[in-house]
Design a protein around this ligand. Structure first.
Ligand SMILES: Nc1ncnc2c1ncn2[C@@H]1O[C@H](COP(=O)(O)OP(=O)(O)O)[C@@H](O)[C@H]1O
Ligand SMILES: O=C(O)C1=C[C@@H](OP(=O)(O)O)[C@@H](O)[C@H](O)C1
Ligand SMILES: [Mg+2]
Length: 166
């Protein structure tokens, strides 16, 4: 079976749903943020503070190209689509599921989260990042699952259904 990649904005549920999906489809899951944190031996926040966002994006590209060679579920960070190179890598993989949601519901989950450096910015900046990224997710995805108003189990069921696994 090919890889399944989850993309989407911060807080939409990629990490959470990837873990639930992993149990249901019997593929192991790798969360890119967790992988990078382990590899670098420091939290994402500290990587941003000490080395800058550009360095974190370099790490993401390296990890994504490595993981796409495995058959697994990959839960990306929300900024994976920022780099053209990453969008190209995603385009070469068969199943890229965009989890989407209205900004309002994401902001409720993100506001004040100390672990997400970009969520520390004022609301209007995070919202404009959200708007700017929408076409990038659209470019990279093969499928979209609208998570608005659905709990984690319902989102997982919808993914299983589009994979033909229900
Ligand atoms: N469908 C959902 N409905 C409500 N809360 C959710 C849903 N999916 C995830 N969450 C919650 O939102 C928060 C962010 O989820 P997370 O999986 O870390 O998102 P991401 O990896 O996309 O940034 C977590 O507290 C999680 O429990
Ligand atoms: O959107 C982004 O640029 C980021 C999203 C985060 O992952 P989540 O989408 O899992 O929060 C993490 O990779 C980092 O804080 C940057
Ligand atoms: Mg995550």
């Amino acid at each position: 079976m090919e890889s399944i990649v989850l993309i989407g904005f911060m807080g939409v549920g990629k990490t959470t749903i990837g873990h639930i999906l992993s149990e249901k489809v019997g593929l192991h899951v790798v969360d890119m943020d967790e992988y990078i944190v382990e590899q670098e031996g420091m939290p994402v926040r500290e990587i941003f503070e000490r080395f800058g966002e550009g360095h974190f994006r370099d790490l993401e590209t390296g990890v994504l190209s490595k993981l796409l060679k495995e058959a697994c579920i990959i839960t990306t960070g929300g900024g994976i689509v920022e780099r053209k190179e990453n969008r190209k890598l995603l385009g070469e993989s068969g199943c890229v599921i965009h989890l989407s949601a209205p900004f309002e519901s994401l902001w409720e989950r993100l506001e004040g989260d100390p672990d997400r450096p970009l969520a520390q910015n004022p609301r209007h900046e995070v919202e404009s990042l959200f708007s700017r990224r929408i076409p990038l997710y659209e470019e990279a995805r093969t499928h979209e699952v609208d998570t608005g108003g659905k709990d984690e189990e319902a989102v997982t069921r919808e993914i299983l259904s589009l994979l033909g696994r229900n």
